[in-house]
Write a protein that binds this ligand. Structure first.
Ligand code: 1PR
Length: 577
């Protein structure tokens, strides 16, 4: 018989993926609860309550209280029936958070929430700070008291997906105190900071990580909650000890491999995955006729393939977003909805995230609403390209003052910085001397790489509209402005390297990574596994590496790359056990 699972929905981020994960596990239907009155009425019939949240703690908790949900949630918890809080849902069980000290949560858990320290002493690399938010796949550590059984199936041999800037960072004293009060803790480490990854007591369970985005390992956690399997005795084969030869990264996070799908419609109007060389996605026709869009497959099929191959994230970029479509027909909405049914790792969508005028109705639609539609369809992050350039130009023109109204700011303040990626499309520009430009230049030390006229300096000039328009703005200046305005991650492409298979643009990556503190994803140029090794071994430490063409052409699977990194470079990558 179909069982109904109730999810609290305060319009905070991607609930579609959670619903999909639950439906994937068994014969369940989902009922969303959006107000206190509704929850109060349904209390007797609810057998499992899920309390998910993303974004800003203050905004989330404020919504919960404003909708009158706090008292009926407390009543539900007091009844002894099972509840799980996820991410900011977990945080709302605490008293307060440093993120919004004036806003009080439920006060159930006797610990404090504070921000990760980006100047972590563990980071030896000069000038490099620890990226905050903490985004990626991390291992959980059981405290001494509960190592023999797996709490809700959480296995220290697996990795789970985290994305947050604030956490319950705990000392030995804090752990002792919480355990003395009956809380069972699962911890994780970000750099030198140890924090609560999951916590449980009686009928309360909460995870800081996103089980619905943690691949099959995460699905097991949700299944254990749904099936009341609180403590599971592990079989020997599911407790694989980490090979001592494998590195522990300074962050504790495993190396992230992202598969990227550039999507556009072809001559027949079908959405296809394509891939350009230096952003040119057309291929000459054999009969001398019109050039055709290179068609490498169907978006959902490829995304599912890369998920099963072990991709840590999947990114979709609508590369013809400058062609306005009616809001209800935004081309990627259907792709995301479908992909979120089969892909249980984070999904990013980019292309056309900006304030827009709906060509059908003439109505102005703010970027935050466009982003919301994508989040509701299954996206975890949106990536902003062209609009980021306009925003950064205005930021500098205004004397580095923010307006609070840009897409970056509004999406970041509503859904959290972790949901805002900026996609940068830079092109190398040579200059003879630093005085030729106000942009920060890079000195070229290798004479074989000087410019065509012997130029010894270069900077990376921003483009928009998929490389069609060039701007008097450097990639570094763009990234610095966007970070200041609330972007949470940088997807750093390089038009010079795109589709070249010659490896990533290391000089560009180094310039950006050393001057920003949010995570940087290396993109453009990956042609074989050694390129991933090379970019991860760079002294400045990129956070993730993205590949497109080499996966689409079937030259390598994602797991081929991971196996190579593990076996040849002893790098920590995620495998499901
Ligand atoms: O400007 O906010 O509407 O977003 C448009 C998005 O589409 C931007 O993220 C922009 O990077 C992307 N885009 C626009 N035109 C193209 C094109 O190729 N003609 N693709 C394009 C960008 C770059 C990467 C690519 C890597 C790896 N593609 O996504 O996947 O370079 O490729 P490789 O591993 O094969 O070398 P907006």
């Amino acid at each position: 018989m179909t069982k109904t699972i109730h999810i609290i929905d305060v319009e905070s981020g991607n609930l579609q993926s959670l619903a999909n994960a639950i439906k994937r596990i068994g014969d369940y239907s989902i009922s969303y609860i959006r107000s206190g009155t509704e929850l109060q009425q349904k209390l007797p019939e609810i057998s499992k309550l899920i309390f998910p949240g993303v974004g800003n703690y203050g905004h989330f908790v404020h919504e919960v209280f404003a909708r009158g949900l706090s008292e009926p949630i407390k009543e539900y918890i007091a009844s002894g029936k099972p509840v799980i809080g996820i991410c900011v849902g977990l945080q709302a069980f605490f008293q307060t958070s440093e993120e919004s000290p004036e806003v009080e949560g439920f006060g159930l858990i006797p610990l404090k929430l504070s921000k990760f320290n980006s100047h972590d002493p563990l980071f030896k690399c000069e000038g490099i700070s620890k990226s905050v938010p903490h985004i990626g796949w991390n291992t959980i550590i059981s405290t001494k008291e509960n190592t023999s059984q797996l709490l809700y199936g959480m296995n220290p041999a697996n990795k789970y997906y985290f994305v947050h800037s604030y956490a319950a960072i705990v000392s030995d004293e804090d752990i002792k105190k919480a355990e003395a009060e009956g809380w069972k803790l699962q911890l994780a480490k970000y750099g030198s900071e140890r924090f609560v990854a999951a916590i449980s007591k009686g009928n309360i369970f909460a995870t800081q990580f996103h089980p619905e985005k943690s691949g099959f390992a995460g699905l097991k956690v949700i299944k254990s909650f749904l099936e009341d399997e609180k403590l599971i005795t592990p079989s020997a084969s599911t407790l694989v000890n980490k090979d001592p030869g494998i590195e522990t990264t300074a962050t504790g996070l495993s190396r992230r491999i992202i598969a990227c799908l550039d999507v556009r419609s072809n001559e027949n109007g079908d959405l296809v995955v394509t891939k350009g060389d230096q952003y040119n996605v057309k291929e000459a026709s054999n009969d001398g006729g019109e050039e055709k869009v290179r068609n490498l497959g169907k978006p959902v099929e490829l995304a599912t393939r890369y998920f099963t191959q072990g991709a840590d994230e999947v990114t979709f970029l609508n590369i013809t977003s400058f062609r306005n479509s009616p809001l209800k027909d935004l081309p990627m909405l259907q792709v995301l909805k479908k992909a979120a049914e089969t892909v249980f790792v984070p999904l990013t969508v980019g292309g056309g995230i900006k304030d827009m005028v709906d060509p059908e109705t003439g109505a102005l639609v703010p970027a935050v609403k466009v982003a919301d539609l994508y989040f509701r369809s299954g996206a975890d992050k949106v990536s902003i390209g062209s609009d980021a350039v306009t925003i950064a130009e205005q930021y500098y023109a205004n004397g580095k003052k923010s307006t609070g109204k840009s897409s970056i700011e509004t999406i970041s303040s509503t859904f959290g910085a972790q949901a805002v990626v900026i996609s940068v499309d830079p092109k190398r520009k040579y200059v003879s001397s630093p005085s030729e430009t106000v942009m920060s230049v890079i000195e070229i030390t290798d004479p074989t790489k000087y410019g065509p006229n012997g130029e010894k300096y270069c900077y990376y000039q921003c483009t928009s509209q998929g490389g069609r328009k060039t701007h008097e703005l450097g990639a570094l200046e763009l990234c610095v402005a966007c970070e200041a305005l609330g972007a949470g991650e940088i997807l750093l492409n390089s038009i010079d390297h795109d589709g070249s298979n010659k490896g990533y643009n290391l000089e560009l990556l180094r310039q950006i990574k050393t001057k920003t503190s949010i995570p940087v994803i290396a993109s453009s140029g990956a042609g074989n596994p050694s390129h991933f090794q090379e970019v991860f071994e760079m002294d400045c430490g990129v956070d993730a590496a993205l590949g497109a063409g080499l996966f689409h052409r079937g030259e390598y699977t994602v797991n081929d790359i991971k196996k190579y990194l593990q076996d040849n470079a002893h790098m920590d990558v995620r495998y499901e056990i």
